[in-house]
Design a protein around this ligand. Structure first.
Ligand code: FMN
Length: 382
């Protein structure tokens, strides 16, 4: 059956993903922490910002090209690291990395991605950004850093907002955290409702272990043992001292991901970070914190150009990208939108999503009367 309506926006891909994914996976992507107030605020606060329309400015040539941490990009956007993306689409990280490469934007691979670095690099014409969580076993951390560097990654996103995992009620309700018979039954019935996903991703997309961590556990196919190892490795004791340690061991670009407050951003500068991602983990960690776009002006003013800022959380359109740039970000990351596009329509979906975002950014810039990103500033937001 041919679809009679084609996806045009992030939200259209969200609906496609909902039809295709087992419920527990859709909600794992879609949901946020606790009452999801921060998740909601991330998007709502973008919507409440007003751009200023400007006319008669000759906008025949609008250029969205830029450099993100030394890497040329066709627009100021990168794909955010998402764990388990190999469950959203068959070999999902490889498909998304290929799409990002086609669109000319960076792709970030999560520590807990399904595809290993080598598979992602084989699929893509450009090296990815690598995202790392601090693990208790620092030898494993060093090994991962060395492997990433040797495979050509020059940019490390080091995530700092997951000292402990946030509480996500949708995961509890769907049985995602329950290894007992009730959890298994709940998941089995959700899987049975999605035979297309079961064949395409569940069966043909194997193996489903964490590709970058397979040498850390005796039997990577034993997912329960794998999860137990990973749970034991998340290090709630990480401090700024560890950032200094990391700085010594990572010769490339070091970006701290998951800062939200001015004093933390200034501390990142002192620790030798090369940039920050202003992020609340897409509203998945501490519910009740401010949206990232709300925090941006104060953080940008405090850093005063001394450290580039990327922003994520709630970016759903080219108009949102322009608003973030106007308030002081050098670029944005998108998380859920690429997961939905991947789940709904694979690599093509991610390519079309990215092309659509760029088109929207061009049109928004033109109608605000600017031709280049250098002309984008706070005067665009009324
Ligand atoms: C399903 C899912 C998995 C994620 N996994 C990771 C991860 O492994 N590492 C990480 O640093 N951030 C992770 N994040 C956070 C994203 O990198 C990003 O900060 C967030 O999705 C941005 O918000 P948005 O989804 O509204 O665009 C994840 C987010 C989602 C939705």
């Amino acid at each position: 059956m041919f679809a009679t309506r084609l996806p045009a926006t992030s939200d259209d891909y969200r609906r496609l993903a909902e039809r295709r994914l087992p419920r527990f996976l859709f909600d794992y992507i879609d949901g946020g922490a606790n009452d999801e107030q921060t998740l909601t605020a991330n998007q709502r606060d973008f919507q409440s910002l007003r751009l200023r329309q400007r006319v008669l400015r000759d906008v025949r040539q609008v250029d969205t090209r830029c450099t993100l941490f030394g890497q040329a990009a066709r627009m100021p956007l990168a794909l955010a690291p998402l764990g388990l993306a190999g469950l959203y689409g068959r070999r999902g990280e490889a498909q998304a990395a290929r799409a990002a490469s086609t669109a000319g934007v960076p792709f970030s691979l999560s520590t807990v991605g399904i595809c290993a670095l080598a598979e992602v690099h084989a699929a893509s014409a450009q090296p990815c950004w690598f995202q790392l969580y601090m693990l208790r076993d620092r030898e494993v951390v060093l090994r991962l850093l060395q492997r990433a560097w040797a495979s050509g990654c020059k940019t490390l996103l080091f995530t700092v907002d997951l000292a402990v995992a946030g509480i996500r009620h949708r995961d509890t309700r769907n049985g995602m955290l329950n290894q007992g018979w009730r959890g298994k039954l709940a998941r089995a019935s959700q899987l049975a409702a999605r035979p297309g996903w079961l064949l395409d991703v569940g069966l043909l997309g194997k193996p489903h272990h964490f590709g970058n961590l397979t040498d850390c556990v005796a039997d990577p196919k034993d997912l329960t043992a794998f999860k137990a190892w990973l749970d034991s490795q998340f290090d709630a004791g990480v401090t700024w001292q560890d950032i200094l340690w990391l700085r010594q061991h990572w010769p490339g670009t070091l970006i701290l991901k998951g800062l939200l407050e001015v004093d933390d951003a200034l501390r990142a500068l002192d620790c030798g970070a090369d940039g920050i991602v202003l992020s609340n983990h897409g509203g998945r960690q501490l519910d009740g914190v401010a949206s990232t776009i709300h925090q941006l002006p104060a953080v940008a003013a405090a850093l005063d150009g001394r450290l580039p800022i990327l922003l994520d959380g709630g970016v759903r359109s080219g108009v949102d990208i322009l608003k973030a740039l106007a308030l002081g970000a050098q670029g944005v990351l998108i998380g859920r939108p690429w997961a939905w596009a991947l789940a709904g329509a694979g690599q093509t979906g991610v390519e079309q999503l990215l092309a659509g975002l760029q088109r929207e950014l061009v049109v928004a810039m033109a109608l605000c009367g600017v031709q280049t990103l250098a002309q984008v500033d706070a005067s665009l937001v009324g």
